[in-house]
Design a binder for this molecule. Structure first.
Ligand code: AMP
Ligand code: MG
Length: 354
């Protein structure tokens, strides 16, 4: 057990936070850090003992590989080996989207411990745009392995308070730099070359970099999910990002069959009184993703925050309204479907979460 401390960092004053975080990371400790997507639980990616602590603190199964964060595009060669036939794509994608919320799956460099990649021959890599993480990288001079700073299967944290609720007592330090700018985990792709054609990008996880943005550089295809298989991206497990309160994504208002005496909360998109979802029931609580205006970017930023609010509201169930599946809406709907309860997957998840 640790007494978890919070140290604050702002763009103008992050010296103490950077120093403390680097001192712990150098000792092989783990630290929760802000990224532009969600808060991450960081370890020195080249130190297997430190990486093992990340798995332990999160109750993360060892088959679930971590994302490796690098300080600059030049550092890519230290953690991955870029095959010649996709070198041009990697260079175009990293020029367009790094630093930023795009993770590339590439053949791994032998220096990256097997624990980081769960024994896979590939490694997931990205360069974060968060100024605090970038400063820590600069001082540490090592790649950082950092999955989301939540317990396995639970809602990703977009604030230091949320990290404290998930991992308080399990980690020594949280660097608090305020709310995350994107609010959803990075887009994850693998690249496949095709002779005389644009490459194919296999979408392992939808995220802030949208299909529309990627299409300029290649053909985007979803990775087929097979239940029962070991997942390539456990963010892609059927049950993930889950509140403890059962959540149901209600694709059509007519499908709602409330049970008498139960308290239901609505996770609404715009929360307007004239919305068919708001009018459907005398909700015990309504929280909106993008109050009034209905902007997908705002909904993405607020999704996990609002899920947590509803999870803590003492409800019997959370009913989620769908958002339109375009642009960022694809990533939002992906998270809502995985958070949604349906019979067996929920039983299984409750097993994980305990
Ligand atoms: P998290 O940071 O908690 O969202 O987890 C990182 C995500 O990246 C997980 O869903 C991983 O499975 C995925 N990931 C990491 N390494 C690989 C890899 N080599 N191939 C496919 N997915 C990966
Ligand atoms: Mg995660």
């Amino acid at each position: 057990m640790y007494e978890t401390r919070i140290v604050h960092a702002t763009d103008d004053d992050m010296k103490d936070a950077v120093r403390e975080a680097c001192a712990l990371l150098r000792e092989g400790e783990i630290v929760a850090l802000p990224t532009e997507t969600v808060y991450g639980l960081a370890a020195d990616a080249l130190n297997p003992a430190a990486v093992a602590k990340v798995f332990a603190a999160k109750d993360r199964p060892s088959f679930d590989p971590l994302i490796v964060h690098i300080a600059s595009r030049g550092d890519l060669k230290n953690v991955a080996i870029v095959p010649q036939d996709i070198a041009d794509s990697v260079s175009k994608l990293t020029a367009a989207f790094w630093p930023g919320p795009l993770t590339l799956i590439l053949p791994k460099h032998p220096d990256v411990p097997d624990l980081v990649t769960s024994g896979l021959s590939t490694v997931a890599v990205r360069q974060s745009a968060h100024p605090v993480l970038r400063a820590i990288h600069k001082e540490l001079g090592r790649p950082i392995a950092a999955p989301s700073a939540n317990r396995f299967g639970r809602i990703s944290p977009t604030s230091a308070t949320a990290v404290m609720k998930e991992l308080g007592g399990r980690i020594p330090l949280i660097v608090d730099a305020g709310a995350c700018a994107e609010g959803l985990e990075s887009t994850i792709i693998a690249i496949e070359a095709r002779p005389n054609k644009k490459p194919v990008f296999r979408l392992h996880r939808a995220g802030p970099i949208t299909k529309e943005q990627l299409q300029e550089f290649g053909k985007v295809e979803k990775v087929k999910e097979k239940t029962g298989d070991l997942p390539h991206a456990p963010g892609q497990l059927p049950s993930h990002y889950a509140p403890l309160t059962p959540l149901m994504l209600l694709e059509r208002p007519a499908d709602f069959k409330p049970e008498p005496g139960k308290k239901y909360g609505l996770l609404s998109y715009r929360g307007e009184d004239d919305s068919p979802y708001v009018r459907l029931h005398a909700w015990a609580r309504v929280e909106s993703l993008s109050p009034g205006s209905g902007k997908l970017a705002e909904a993405a930023i607020r999704l996990f925050f609002v899920m947590r609010l509803l999870d803590e509201a003492g409800l019997d169930a959370i009913i989620a309204e769908p958002v339109s599946e375009t642009g960022l809406g694809v990533a939002i709907m992906d998270r809502l479907r995985r958070a949604s309860t349906s019979g067996a997957t929920h039983e299984k998840r409750m097993g994980h979460a305990s």
